[in-house]
Design a protein around this ligand. Structure first.
Ligand SMILES: NC(=O)c1ccc[n+]([C@@H]2O[C@H](COP(=O)([O-])OP(=O)(O)OC[C@H]3O[C@@H](n4cnc5c(N)ncnc54)[C@H](OP(=O)(O)O)[C@@H]3O)[C@@H](O)[C@H]2O)c1
Length: 320
């Protein structure tokens, strides 16, 4: 089988494609023939080992998996003697934010891995569009109490996290406005955003009706920029730590000071989050936003594109 190979943490230029034996399955594992995976911002972090602390989860001093890849969609090829949940031939997908080595044509997965059945109507590419960004989006939006009547501004409506967050919030009856590159305003409106502000401007920071939540899904703003468009009880969330890690300190500072607060979630419960998004997809309330598809041979190019910060939703790696 073909697989990516990396000698250690480093830039995408260090990635190679190699031939390797198809893994054996032990009693509690399933073997999956991977048809699609994504290349996402988490892959980039796991590949580079950045931030450094991430290496304690992804493997120290070297990555736990020699292959890159955090998600997969494929077909169960074989199951170990103790596995009763899955059978050969079933279409499955899954994710792990610390890496799974799924940029490979076959992968052996233990019971600890979050594995779900692909809804019948979805392709393999669409299934990997329900993983990484959606997982973080669920964790972020669950950190705030928002439902019908709430108003939320999502900065970065075209990203994997932002495009997922808009759909999840809209499914909960929330009024969502978004900030996105002007050329993708129609896409972002089609996900359920009411008003789309141009990412190149500052109109979103001068609104007259304040928001209950500002969620910066691309980590490009600061709380100090967004405070003016938040209600007194409002909350600011960002998917990035901010300058000098301020988004880790500001939750305590803003709680003590009163007024709009900053909150920063630690993402958890991969399986519960994926299952939640799968239910939304089955109800027609969530769809994968798919950008480019790269063949495995072009995996470096896929990483480079993801690291450009310009992707729209999910970049797919084709492993057919
Ligand atoms: N905290 C966590 O646990 C966690 C986990 C994963 C990722 N992250 C971080 O979250 C961020 C988003 O990840 P992602 O995968 O969703 O990103 P992504 O898919 O790479 O999204 C990038 C998109 O955002 C747009 N964009 C860039 N600057 C913008 C701005 N100022 N306003 C509005 N839109 C803008 C880009 O458009 P253009 O083409 O115009 O640039 C592009 O379409 C990354 O910084 C990533 O490192 C955090």
């Amino acid at each position: 089988m073909l697989t990516t190979f990396r000698p250690g943490y480093g830039p995408p230029e260090h990635l190679e494609i190699r031939e390797a034996p198809v893994p054996d399955v032990s009693a509690d594992e399933i073997l999956v023939r991977v048809h699609a995976s994504s290349v996402n911002r988490t892959d980039s972090g796991v590949q580079r080992g950045r931030p450094f602390i991430f290496r304690f989860f992804a493997g120290f001093p070297r990555p736990r998996y020699s292959a890159t890849g955090t998600d997969f969609a494929g077909v169960v090829e074989a199951v170990g003697a103790d596995v009763t949940e899955f059978s050969p031939g079933e279409r499955v997908y899954g994710f792990d934010d610390t890496g799974l080595g799924t940029h490979a044509q076959y992968v052996a997965l233990t019971r600890r891995t979050s594995v779900l059945r692909i809804p019948e109507s979805l392709t393999f590419a669409e299934a990997v569009g329900l993983t990484e960004g959606a997982f973080y989006a669920v964790n972020f939006v669950n950190k705030v109490d928002a439902g019908p009547g709430s108003r939320i501004l999502v900065i970065g409506g075209t990203g994997a996290i932002g495009s997922s967050a808009i759909q999840i919030l809209v499914s909960r009856g929330v009024h969502v406005d978004a900030v996105a590159p002007v050329e993708h305003a129609d896409l972002v409106r089609s996900l359920g955003a009411t008003m789309v502000f141009d990412a190149g401007g500052t109109d979103h920071l001068v609104g007259t009706r304040p928001y209950d939540v500002v969620f910066d899904a691309v980590g490009k703003s600061r709380f100090s920029d967004c405070r003016a468009v938040l209600t007194e009880e409002g909350a600011y969330l960002s998917s990035e730590l901010g300058p000098r890690g301020e988004n880790l300190l500001l939750p305590a500072v803003t709680r003590a000071r009163g007024g709009p607060r900053v909150t920063f979630p630690i993402p958890r419960d991969v399986h519960g989050s994926l299952a939640y998004v799968r239910r939304l997809a089955q109800r027609g309330q969530f769809r994968a936003v798919i950008d480019r598809t790269y063949p495995l041979a072009d995996v470096r190019k896929a990483f480079e594109y993801v690291e450009s910060g310009q992707k729209i939703g999910t970049v797919v790696l084709d492993l057919e």
